[in-house]
Structures are given as structure tokens and as C-alpha cells.
Write a protein that binds this ligand. Structure first.
Ligand SMILES: Cc1ncc(COP(=O)(O)O)c(C=O)c1O
Length: 454
């Protein structure tokens, strides 16, 4: 189909929903998709909701891509962006600006421990890209360990470090030094250990052995999502991350925690690692730092990395590192987290959501497992609770999961997932009443799944 030529002079505000969709279909290359398919057009968003051009309202139960942590159009952040835009939209990274200095200080304080400085990036993938680069420079080593159950972004190194199938395209032509290990996925692995400690010891032994096989002094970094996000919302068994820290300490390996999805109060604390007994050498962040209002990411580095790059030049750079408008949005977003005591809301709503999802697990044969960490929750669908056989085989294109997401969306519950885990990750500002209104949709659709696919 060819778009009507008169549209080229049409302004955004006068387009109909149908025109927006047709032009998108014709001109826009959409991520992770075959091109030319119709996308839903969104006209506006506010709080936990967004609307299509027909006035249908959707509850954003995934916080879009688990980034709209404070919901949409928060007036405080919108105002901060407007004020910064009037004052100065952008200044080059080589200059200091008030918002960049303040945001870096704030992030270092939030991260705590011996975190010292921030390198700002545009988003999450380039945060990981630069963290990997810094680890390689600081150690003089090449290999980077990362888990099969992981996603770290779509740029070349981040994609090669990612474990899920989205890395395959980046592996064409390859990038050297990326080593995958089987990071824990306890429900799926279903190993016959009596205690969590024994399970953890097994996983750590495996990782320790693999490091030996690869040559410990060739390994620059171990990169891990503190809580696995896109690949199933999975927390590591007790003691695992601390054990990885010990392995890193033994061999001088840099431990990088990817907090791009799990950070900024998603699991209840500013950063998810703060709920464990260790500190990483670097933290990568993005998404929730601005709640997505303006793209921003970065790497928070600990004292020794900071000192290394005080002695040695930092061979990293981006035109938009510390983008002024993005930093203003970040500062305002961090203020919202504090002023509205988002951590307390995550704790309160997280308990309610956990109880509800556990109820769904007890009620529905198709729900094999539910995993809940604050408002970072996943519902894993199976064909058989006993055998844990997934509803659809992994890594296989299928129509079943998209059909389930469509059923949810048609009823006003918007979310996404990977493989057979449905993400339930609402904005952290969601109220008890809003949650109570939307959750019955999930129950309804799970009933449909039981009846249709089992
Ligand atoms: C854990 C994690 N790391 C990195 C990324 C990449 O972030 P971005 O898409 O902002 O580049 C994502 C994106 O979903 C993510 O979930």
C-alpha cells in the first residue's frame, strides 16, 4: 500500500489513528519484527494508563518495557523537562552542567557502598557496552562471562553478551571473548537438591569449574542481571550472587550488575543488589532512571575503577553522554521516587500482587510458577504442573503466547513476556484500587488458557 501523498504536509495533531498506523507500516522499521505489520497507534498516556485513537483505555501492566516506573506524564518530570528545555537543551559531554553533576552525585549516593563515579550513556545496551569496555581496559583481559538466561541489549557487545536468542543475529560475524554459562533458573532446572544452599553450591561449583576451563586470568568480567528480567523474572538462589562475588575476588574479575530493568525500586530498593550481601564493581542502569521520559543510561563505577581511570584515560565517549535534558528528567524522576515514597508503595502493592498471583497459581492448572520481587513479577505457563513442561517449547516461534497477550490486551491489560512467562510489572505508582480493578482480567484469561490449551 502507498500512503496518500497529501499526508506529507499533514501535522501530527491532525492525523487519524488509521493514518498513523498506515504511515508507520510504510515508513518505520520496527524492532524485533518482520516489517510492514500494523502496530497499534497510541494517542495519549497518563498515570498507569494509555489510550488508542478509538478511546480504548489500557492498563500498562508492563510499565511499557519495564521502564515507565512512575507511570506516564508525571507532572513533576514533565515540568522539569520543560524548564530545562527553555534554559538549555544540551551541552557537550566535555562541559560540566548543574543537572549532570547533581544527578551523578545522587546516583553515587543511591548506590552506596564504595561507588564513586558515573559514566552516562544513552540507554541500557550502551551502558553494558561501556562497562565491558572499561572492565577489559582495567584488567587487560578479554573474556566476558554472561548467562544464557539474560538480555543485556542489542548493540554488538551487549547483544553478544545476551544469552537469549536475540543474540543470534549479532553472532553473525561474531565478537570475540563472550563466554556463556548456565546461570540458575531454579524452576526450569528442577534439580533434585534438598536445600537452597545445596542448589546454590552446585551452581557455583559449575561456574567455578567453567572459569577454570576458560583460564581465570583471561576473564575480564562476569556480567549478570541482578534479577533476570526479560528472560523470565528470576532471582538467583540464596547466596549465589555472593558466591559469584567471591569467585570474582579470587581471580580479579570485574563483577558487573546489570540493573537496567531491576533498578530504580522495581524490586523495592533503589538497586536490587542492595537486598543481598555484596557490592558489584560496576552497576549498569537505564530505563527507570528517567522512567523513559528522555532516554538515559549509564555505568556507576566503584572506587578502584574510578581510580584506574584517574590514572589512565577513559577510552569511552558518546556525543550525548550526560545529555542535559535527560539529566534534568533523571533528577526529577529520582525526586519523585523519594517524595512519593515509592519504595513503600512497592512493598505494600507487592504483597497484594504476590498474594493474588499465588492464588492464580493454586487455581489455574496452566500456571506452573509465579515469581514476585516487589513489582517485578512473572507468571510462567505450563502444559503440566507436574512435569513443568512449558506451554510452548522454548525458542520456537508460536502463535499461542501472542494470542494470550492479545486476549489480555483486548480486555485492557497490556503486557508482554518471553518464552512462556507473562510479565506483570505495573508502574510503581499503582494504587490498591487500580490493581484490584485490573487483576480479574488476568484470572479471566488464565481460565481461557486452561480451557483452550491444556
Ligand atoms: C537487563 C537489561 N539490560 C539491558 C537492556 C538494554 O537496554 P536498552 O534497550 O535501553 O538499550 C535491557 C532492555 O530491556 C534489559 O532488560
Amino acid at each position: 500500500m502507498t500512503v496518500n501523498a497529501t499526508w506529507t504536509t499533514t501535522t501530527a495533531t491532525t492525523l487519524t489513528g488509521g493514518e498513523v498506523i498506515a504511515m508507520d507500516q510504510q515508513y518505520v522499521m520496527r524492532a524485533w519484527s518482520k516489517q510492514g505489520q500494523a502496530a497499534m497507534a497510541v494517542e495519549k498516556a497518563e498515570g498507569i494508563y494509555f489510550w488508542d485513537y478509538d478511546g480504548n483505555r489500557y492498563v500498562d501492566m508492563s510499565s511499557l518495557l519495564v521502564n515507565a516506573n512512575i507511570g506516564h506524564q508525571h507532572p513533576k518530570v514533565v515540568k522539569a523537562i520543560q524548564e530545562q528545555a527553555e534554559k538549555m537543551c544540551f551541552m557537550a559531554p566535555s562541559y560540566a552542567t548543574d543537572v549532570k553533576s547533581l544527578l551523578a552525585k545522587k546516583l553515587v549516593e543511591l548506590a552506596g557502598g564504595d561507588m564513586a563515579r558515573v559514566f552516562f550513556t544513552n540507554a541500557g545496551a550502551d551502558a553494558n557496552e561501556n562497562a565491558i569496555k572499561m572492565a577489559r581496559i582495567a584488567t587487560g583481559r578479554t573474556k566476558v562471562f554472561s548467562g544464557y538466561h539474560s538480555y543485556h541489549g542489542a548493540t554488538l557487545a551487549a547483544s553478544n553478551a545476551s544469552g537469549d536468542s536475540r543474540r543470534f543475529a549479532a553472532e553473525i560475524g561474531g565478537a570475540s571473548g563472550f563466554v556463556k554459562f548456565s546461570n540458575p533458573s531454579p524452576y526450569r532446572d528442577n534439580l533434585p537438591f534438598e536445600t537452597e544452599e545445596a542448589l546454590t553450591a552446585f551452581y557455583l561449583k559449575q561456574l567455578g569449574e567453567q572459569i577454570q576451563y576458560e583460564g581465570p586470568y583471561n576473564v575480564a568480567a562476569i556480567l549478570l542481571e541482578t534479577v533476570i528480567g526479560a528472560n523470565g523474572i528470576i532471582a538467583y538462589p540464596k547466596g549465589y550472587l555472593e558466591g559469584v562475588r567471591n569467585l570474582c575476588n579470587s581471580y580479579g574479575i570485574v563483577m558487573i550488575c546489570d540493573e537496567v530493568m531491576a533498578g530504580f525500586y522495581r524490586t523495592g530498593t533503589a538497586f536490587a543488589f542492595q537486598q543481598y550481601g555484596f557490592t558489584p564493581d560496576m552497576i549498569t542502569f537505564a530505563k527507570g532512571v528517567t522512567s523513559g521520559y528522555v532516554p538515559l543510561g549509564g555505568v556507576i563505577v566503584s572506587e578502584w575503577i574510578s581510580e584506574y581511570f584517574t590514572e589512565n584515560q577513559l577510552q569511552c565517549g558518546l556525543t550525548y553522554s550526560g545529555h542535559t535534558l535527560a539529566c534534568a528528567a533523571g533528577l526529577a524522576t529520582l525526586e519523585v521516587y523519594e517524595d512519593e515514597n515509592i519504595a513503600a508503595n512497592v512493598e505494600k502493592i507487592g504483597v497484594l500482587l504476590k498474594d493474588y498471583l499465588e492464588e492464580m497459581k493454586a487455581k489455574h492448572p496452566c500456571v506452573g510458577d509465579v515469581r514476585t520481587y516487589g513489582l517485578f513479577c512473572g507468571v510462567e505457563l505450563v502444559l503440566d504442573k507436574e512435569t513443568r513442561e512449558p506451554l510452548v517449547p522454548f525458542n520456537t516461534p508460536n502463535r499461542i503466547m501472542p494470542a494470550i497477550y492479545k486476549e489480555l490486551k483486548d480486555r485492557g491489560f497490556s503486557t508482554f513476556g518471553r518464552e512462556t512467562t507473562i510479565s506483570v510489572c505495573p508502574p510503581l505508582t499503582i494504587t490498591e484500587a487500580e490493581l484490584a480493578e485490573v487483576l480479574p482480567i488476568l484470572d479471566e484469561v488464565l481460565t481461557l488458557v486452561d480451557a483452550t490449551y491444556l
